[in-house]
Design a protein around this ligand. Structure first.
Ligand SMILES: Cc1cc2nc3c(=O)[nH]c(=O)nc-3n(C[C@H](O)[C@H](O)[C@H](O)COP(=O)(O)OP(=O)(O)OC[C@H]3O[C@@H](n4cnc5c(N)ncnc54)[C@H](O)[C@@H]3O)c2cc1C
Length: 398
């Protein structure tokens, strides 16, 4: 078998975007993934993911997301389907609209203002008129930014795989990387559980939550954590449809709760939580959602969206973050093995950056630095390392 210049391990958004970028740079690119793409258990495989520039004081993620939003529009054109829906984002605030009270929301607003984005601050009355499903007694203040939305992530993976193939990427479905052939600290080939060996000049491990199991030297710095997702079927969908509802965060830095408007293809409203999550093994541990988690979700809805509080729960899922201890992505070459590198660490917020991740990974693999590369390099992290992603409700904060 002729060796690949680059062999990508994993066909989620980190792997596929890298494969496409490297194929565009005229390399011979292969990609391995178990079963078929999009893989049903992959983090990128879902009906919706939020795309936001709201990152509090974090200017780099703001700029990365800003660039990504521009490119999501281009990808809608390129892929011939509207997969990114720019419906806006509503940040609900339980407290006064002040920096001290709502730091994440207020600094996100300041960042948008500073970059010339027109957004609105809503008081309870304006919120009630514009977004009547929201309980404005619980959230007396809110902020609406029209330059945000959601992306049909699983469908994006499907379309990107087809686009990658059209550029010459050889996607090997049903192949699970299991080991590396290394001679004199240089990678020679990747071996699969299915008994195959793929020679390559360079392998990029983008296996999501499985990455620290393929490369155990990463286990001190990242782990798989499970996070609940709920699909509810509103009895009166009208109030949950755009423009009466957009994607939203509900005092997210203090609660973790966020959600989506009524999904036009699935006919549901999706609610989820961006918090610590539970550490688990991607293959061995049970992913069932507990009754206690459902009760907590119902309690949140009763206070926030009373008309949804007793809506039928039609689907639940525990989806996995590849969670670095600081919440930043991990995109770098292996320090000890030449021809081996890593692109992972989405930590619950990587999908939106898909249109930029590919070039970040390709530049890294070519040994170049990218505008957004320094803080995603191989780094020393410890249990005391604070979580840096400001929207996330966690016990360890900066
Ligand atoms: C509940 C939840 C909600 C989220 N919400 C958002 C959001 O609103 N906005 C946002 O931007 N991000 C969000 N994210 C984060 C985002 O989904 C991830 O950061 C991103 O999808 C990770 O992509 P990935 O390519 O690293 O991993 P995955 O998408 O998991 O892809 C990894 C791929 O590697 C394959 N693989 C695994 N092991 C092997 C192996 N041994 N050999 C070959 N292939 C292998 C898998 O089958 C899979 O296809 C959320 C994540 C979760 C879990």
């Amino acid at each position: 078998m002729k060796a690949y210049d680059f062999l990508i391990i994993g066909g989620g958004i980190f792997g596929l975007s890298a494969a496409i970028e490297l194929a565009k740079r005229k390399y011979r690119v292969g990609l391995l993934n178990p079963d078929s793409l999009p893989h049903h258990l992959a983090a990128s495989t879902d009906v919706s993911k939020i795309v936001r520039m709201e990152y509090g004081t974090d200017r780099e993620y703001f700029r990365m997301a800003e660039r990504s939003i521009g490119r999501w529009h281009e990808w809608n054109e390129l892929l011939g389907e509207e997969l990114y829906h720019e419906v806006g984002m509503l940040m609900l605030c339980r407290d006064r609209w002040e920096a001290a009270r709502q730091p994440f929301e207020y600094s996100s607003y300041q960042q948008l203002q500073a970059h010339g984005y027109a957004s609105e601050v809503l008081d309870a009355q304006a919120l009630q008129q514009r977004f009547p499903a929201v309980n404005s007694q619980t959230y007396p203040h809110a902020h609406f930014n029209p330059r945000a939305g959601w992306v049909e992530s699983g469908r994006v993976i499907e379309k990107l795989a087809a686009y990658g193939r059209s550029l010459g990427v050889e996607i090997h479905e049903g192949q699970t990387a299991e080991g590396f052939v290394i001679e004199k600290n240089r990678l020679q080939a990747v071996k699969t559980r299915e008994g195959k060996s793929y020679p390559c000049g360079h392998a990029i491990v983008a296996a999501g939550a499985h990455t620290p199991y393929l490369l155990p030297e990463l286990q001190p710095y990242m782990k798989a954590t499970g996070h609940p997702v709920f699909w509810l079927k509103p009895r009166a969908p009208g109030l949950f449809q755009v423009p009466k509802l957009s994607v939203f965060t509900a005092d997210i830095a203090h609660t973790g709760w966020y959600g989506f408007p009524w999904h036009p293809k699935q006919g549901i409203v999706k609610i989820a939580k961006h918090t610590d999550g539970m550490a688990l093994h991607p293959d061995q541990d049970d992913r069932q959602i507990t009754d206690a988690e459902v009760a907590e979700m119902r309690d949140f809805l009763a206070k926030s969206f009373p008309l949804l509080a007793d809506a039928p729960l039609v689907y639940t899922r525990r989806c996995l973050y590849t969670d670095t201890l600081d919440g930043h992505f991990w995109i770098d070459q292996h320090p000890l093995v030449a021809g081996l590198s890593v692109s992972t660490g989405g930590s619950g917020h990587g999908m939106k950056m898909g249109p930029v991740l590919g070039e970040m990974t390709a530049d890294m693999a070519e040994g170049k630095s990218h505008e957004f590369s320094a803080r995603y390099r191989w780094r020393e992290l410890g249990e005391k390392t604070p979580q840096a992603e400001e929207a996330r409700f966690v016990n360890r904060k900066t």
